[in-house]
Ligand binder design. Structure first.
Ligand SMILES: [Zn+2]
Length: 334
């Protein structure tokens, strides 16, 4: 079969690899859509998170945001049907076929007829966003800032809008992404490449500077860090900005991953009583709920899919996903 194989940073090749051989109780999925994830980009750019790839004798097959149809079942497999369309959680989606073990089969979610394979492939990143929003549990009268409008940040915006009437402000460097944020219901967007986002937010919502005598309160209840820091990033991280922006005892939810260690004024966290929450991936229930949100139309993922590439163009697809100004979600269609 054909696959896009990762051999090292910036080196993805379209190659022939052995087609999976099924054991009793396994199925074969024909992959129809596979999104490129932020974590795939960390692998592509820096060789990080290699465990998110399916190891081959030479190289790895990346891709864990996929959907497809079952084309073969070997023996008994109660959870899947030949011809059925599913999304699930595994690795190795940048290929024509994937072996579905019983463990993976137990997490298969059927795709309703009215949803495309592409939309279904965005269920996994939406579950990541949903998990972060559930941790923050925003209330109707609260103010929430989302820093970073990639697929995770935009998904956070969508989940907040689907479950509350909290005011949502989205900050990013890309006008295209901010435009999308407005279309998806952001109340305000701030382009941090054009103005000092922290100063603007403090002007709008108050500054909760750390001082025993200072009674000025920031009105920002929760800040989501959906940006993180790349290996090469220099300057004030979004996380530091988030901690300086949030109100006393407010929440900072970190959904992004960091390619390196960062410096942090921990005293700011302590003295403000910031509830600093890490949010990693999702629970199986988040995954099911994400599909329900897409399926019911409460959340529309179609506008987030900005580019499509055939599997043989995988290298170009990864380069495109790196263009944060242009791309939100690049999908491979094997
Ligand atoms: Zn992912």
């Amino acid at each position: 079969m054909k696959a896009a194989v990762f051999h090292g940073p910036r080196d993805i090749r379209f190659e022939d690899v052995p087609r999976p051989v099924l054991n009793e109780g396994e199925a074969l999925m024909r992959i129809r859509a596979c999104g490129i994830c932020g974590s795939d980009l960390h692998t592509y750019r820096e060789g990080l998170f290699l465990q998110l790839g399916l190891p081959l004798e030479q190289g790895r097959i990346l891709g864990h945001e996929f959907s497809g149809e079952i084309v073969e079942v070997c023996g008994e497999m109660p959870d899947v049907q030949v011809g059925g369309r599913y999304t699930t959680v595994s690795v190795g989606g940048n290929a024509e076929f994937l072996r579905i073990t019983p463990q993976i089969a137990s997490r298969m979610i059927p795709i309703p007829d009215h949803l495309s394979f592409e939309e279904a492939a965005t269920t996994e990143p939406l579950a990541t966003s949903l998990h972060a929003v559930e941790l923050a549990d925003p209330k109707d009268d609260q103010v929430v800032v989302v820093m970073g409008a990639g697929i995770i940040g935009l998904g956070v915006l969508q989940c907040i809008r689907a479950r509350s009437s909290a005011r949502v402000i989205v900050v990013d460097l890309s006008e295209r992404r901010l435009q999308l944020a407005r279309e998806l219901g952001a109340h305000l967007t701030i382009n941090a490449s054009e103005e000092d986002a922290v100063a603007r937010l403090k002007a709008l919502h108050g500054d909760s500077a750390i001082s025993l005598l200072d009674t000025a309160e920031s009105g920002i209840d929760t800040v989501f860090d959906c940006a993180g820091a790349t290996a090469r990033f220099q300057g004030t991280t979004v996380l530091e900005q988030a901690i300086s922006l949030v109100r006393q005892n407010g929440k900072v939810v970190v959904v992004a991953v960091f390619e390196r260690k960062i410096e942090l004024d921990v005293n700011a966290v302590v003295r403000k009583g910031v509830q600093l929450l890490g949010s990693w991936a999702w629970t199986p229930a988040d995954f099911v709920q994400s599909m329900a949100l897409i399926s019911s139309g409460k959340i529309d993922r179609k506008p987030l899919i900005t580019h499509r590439f055939a599997l043989e163009e995988a290298s170009q697809a990864y380069e495109t996903q790196m263009q944060a100004n242009e791309a939100v979600k690049v999908v491979l269609t094997p």
